[in-house]
Design a binder for this molecule. Structure first.
Ligand SMILES: *[C@@H]1O[C@H](CO)[C@@H](O)[C@H](O)[C@H]1NC(C)=O
Length: 754
């Protein structure tokens, strides 16, 4: 009405000319209203009252979830931006009324729950793709303010790593406003790219325990609808509010999401977890590790040293591995006593009802096993329940593990096996070694691990701060028996390979070749090396060792012990001869010696993984790491397929029982199976489009076979030239020469030393 009045004169002035035409177009309500008859007045009063009631109801039930104009217009929110506005709408302040049957004490209120502050921020994060079931969202959830303070640095660190959309939800009872909480914790929203959600209900401060729990569940439902977090991270349950823990556990299992508890006081140590992507975090509980220790005769001293280091290691926050020990026939009584008192998994706080995850095997026979029997005995002692998730960690009694070995393994397994982005390099990974080798697999010394100059692509990470000579992780086409984790699917394939391989040996179809692996290593390594080479699998080694492998107390594996027990000075004849005959490989005439290894010092156990790993604790893409052949040379960057194909053809023909033509035909490689490497009578071969490979490759195969067959000449030359070739692997600057052709490698690896 006032608008009309104000406009009237100007309109008057404008129109000017016809004064008589201008009449007030509306009546002033004050004059008009009073002039109406009573009945009509009454009707209007009722209408106005009704209107007022409607307005009141509307305001009272104002939808709180519209968000600010910015949000509704779909403008992307800055990460870390807390949307203001909805709070202003109408959240009741003060204490809610008590009713007769409320509990006594400060936490009495049981009324319905409204979330006044949650909707805006949830609507604001639409761009994180949370509506989809699979996305990149990770949620940190906290109830107590102490836990908020514990988690926020981790969340900020994860936000900065920029692999996930990171959210923090406050779900507790504390009434302190979000902004104040952030200020107290010194969070600068610009440098902490994280979305904050205030998911506390109204009157949270006064909530009864039941209402508080329902409030957490209710908020989690909304959060899940909008964000679908792939993983939920919370503080140690010994520090959090009980109602919160109960609700979170129920909701996480309902939504089938990993609920990760960061162990109390380990926030720095677990910073590596903030480098993982949502795929890895969502699979936090998937991997499981079995430790397998085969104790050869007279190895009790080393075994106890190893067990002590395992007991000392840190298992908090991670699923402890199962432990199986295969004992020899003669267990020294001190070792027996030690194992008797062994609590596994080590945890002082564990319930007396926890399962004992230690299993022991004991050898009955006192006779010595030959290498085939020994391999079988070892490989058969583990088989994964889940080929994807169950992995075996093989430890030799010579090893001693770093206290952070389990965190290291979990970090790498989660990153490389469960990340949302897979790669061929990852598929070709046989496992993870804790050790950095100092010898070649044939026992010769002189293996020098690659350094930063050997990295393939340097621009991908910020390597600049690193010295050229700084050690880096590398992939190596060689198995290792001292401390290696082997992935479940690879181990399963190895089982299949070994059964075919031994079948061929028994049928007399597999030719005997010179052993490539030193006889100081267990016999199964030879078979695994064959499979690795045929498949192009690699082992990932760390930049600096996570296990110490000791030289003292080292033993030759029993399968290669010669002239056993015959102290009369007649070593060579009978025993050695007998051994060689039932050996599947040609072994050296002289008894093996134990090559001495470089003993890596115990790394500083006080350092967290993120501080001790190179690249600031970020795990590099496997593609960029140096790829090293068994000979110590680097793979060409475009892969070693040709070399691998050549080896496969050679293998099929000389060990797999195939004739030359069949050996050269491409076969379909099936997961968990090695059948494509053999021609087993009765098992039809799956040829890949059944075409013969071209002439060029045929020639290569001939070369290799020729090289393999010209056994005797090679041995002499090669033994001499061994050290030289190690040196010539480098040029002066320290960078290695890359074998571009691949053919040379085949000769070096297959042909030589037969
Ligand atoms: C052992 O292997 C390395 C690398 O392939 C080679 O250089 C060396 O000559 C070999 N030593 C013996 C004794 O065969």
């Amino acid at each position: 009405m006032p608008a009309v009045h104000r406009r009237a004169p100007s309109r008057d002035a404008e129109l000017g000319k016809r004064d008589d035409d201008f009449r007030p177009r509306t009546k002033s309500p004050s004059s008009g209203f009073m002039g109406l008859p009573w009945r009509m007045r009454k009707r209007r009063v009722v209408l106005v009252l009704l209107g007022l009631i409607l307005v009141y109801l509307f305001v009272h039930n104002m939808p709180t979830d519209l968000g600010t104009l910015d949000d509704r217009m779909g403008k992307p929110l800055r990460p870390g931006h807390v949307v203001q506005g909805a709070q202003a709408v109408k959240e009741p302040a003060g204490a809610p009324p008590r009713s007769a049957n409320d509990e006594v004490g400060p936490h009495y209120y049981n009324g319905p729950i409204k979330f006044y502050r949650l909707a805006t921020t949830l609507r604001g994060v639409a761009r994180t793709g949370g509506a989809k079931f699979d996305n990149r969202n990770v949620l940190f959830a906290a109830s107590s303010l102490k836990s908020v303070a514990d988690l926020v640095p981790m969340a900020c660190s994860m936000g900065k790593a920029d692999r996930n959309y990171v959210h923090i939800a406050l779900l507790g009872r504390d009434p302190l406003p979000l902004d104040d909480i952030l200020e107290i914790n010194g969070i600068d929203k610009v440098s902490c790219p994280v979305y904050f959600h205030d998911a506390r209900g109204d009157y949270s401060e006064f909530s009864s325990v039941t209402r508080a729990e329902v409030s957490v569940s209710g908020a989690m439902k909304h959060i899940n609808d909008f964000i679908h977090p792939q993983a939920i991270i919370m503080d140690d349950s010994s520090l959090e509010d009980l109602f919160f823990i109960r609700a979170m556990r129920r909701k996480a299992s309902e939504y089938r999401r990993a609920l990760i508890e960061v162990p109390a006081g380990k926030y720095e140590e677990f910073l590596w977890m903030t480098r993982l992507d949502s795929g890895s975090l969502g699979n936090w509980f998937s991997p499981s590790i079995d430790i397998l220790i085969h104790a050869p005769p007279e190895s009790s001293g080393g075994l106890i040293r190893l067990l002590k280091s395992l007991e000392r290691a840190d298992y908090t926050g991670l699923r402890p591995p199962r432990l199986s020990i295969e004992l020899p026939n003669d267990v020294e009584h001190f070792a027996r006593g030690y194992i008797e008192g062994l609590q596994w998994p080590p945890d002082e706080k564990a319930s007396p009802l926890r399962t004992n995850a230690l299993s022991l095997g004991h050898r009955i026979t006192t006779s010595r096993l030959n290498s085939e029997q020994a391999s079988l005995r070892f490989v058969e002692s583990f088989f994964p329940a889940s080929t994807i998730d169950d992995h075996v960690l093989i430890l030799s009694p010579q090893a001693e593990v770093n206290p952070l070995y389990l965190q290291y393994l979990y970090y790498l397994i989660l990153e490389y096996r469960y990340s949302s982005i897979g790669s061929r390099e990852v598929d070709d990974l046989l496992g993870l070694s804790l050790d950095v080798p100092s010898n070649f697999i044939n026992g010769s010394s002189g293996f020098v691990p690659p350094t930063k100059v050997d990295m393939r692509e340097e621009d991908d990470l910020k390597y600049d701060a690193m010295e050229d000579s700084a050690p880096v992780p590398f992939v190596y086409q060689t198995p290792s028996s001292t401390s290696s984790l082997i992935f479940g699917d690879k181990w399963t394939t190895f089982h299949n390979f070994l059964s075919r391989r031994l079948e061929m040996s028994e049928a007399g179809k597999a030719e005997k070749h010179t052993k490539q692996v030193a006889e100081s290593e267990p016999a199964w390594m030879e078979y695994l090396l064959e499979l690795m080479t045929a498949r192009g699998w690699n082992m990932l080694h760390p930049a600096s060792a996570m296990a110490t492998v000791h030289n003292e107390l080292a033993r030759i594996p029993e399968e290669y012990i010669r002239e056993a027990k015959s102290k009369d000075a007649k070593p060579a004849d009978t025993e050695t001869q007998a051994t060689s005959d039932d050996e599947p490989f040609l072994t050296a005439d002289s008894p093996p010696t134990i090559p001495s290894r470089l003993e890596h010092n115990e790394p500083n156990s006080l350092m967290s993984l993120t501080d001790s790993l190179p690249f600031d604790g970020t795990l590099p893409d496997l593609r960029n790491l140096p790829h090293v052949y068994r000979t110590g040379k680097l793979f060409p960057p475009d892969g070693n397929e040709e070399y691998q194909n050549t080896y496969v053809e050679w293998f099929r023909q000389h060990i797999g029982g195939c004739d030359l033509a069949t050996a050269q035909r491409k076969r379909i490689v099936r997961w968990l199976s090695a059948d494509d490497l053999f021609c087993v009578p009765g098992i039809p071969a799956d040829f890949d489009e059944g075409k013969l490979d071209d002439d060029k490759e045929e020639e290569t195969t001939e070369d290799v076979s020729a090289a393999v067959e010209s056994a005797d000449d090679a041995t002499v030359d090669d033994a001499k030239s061994g050290d030289e070739s190690v040196k010539s692997n480098r040029d002066i600057s320290g960078a290695r020469e890359v074998d571009e052709s691949g053919d040379g490698e085949v000769e070096a690896q297959v042909g030589v030393q037969v």
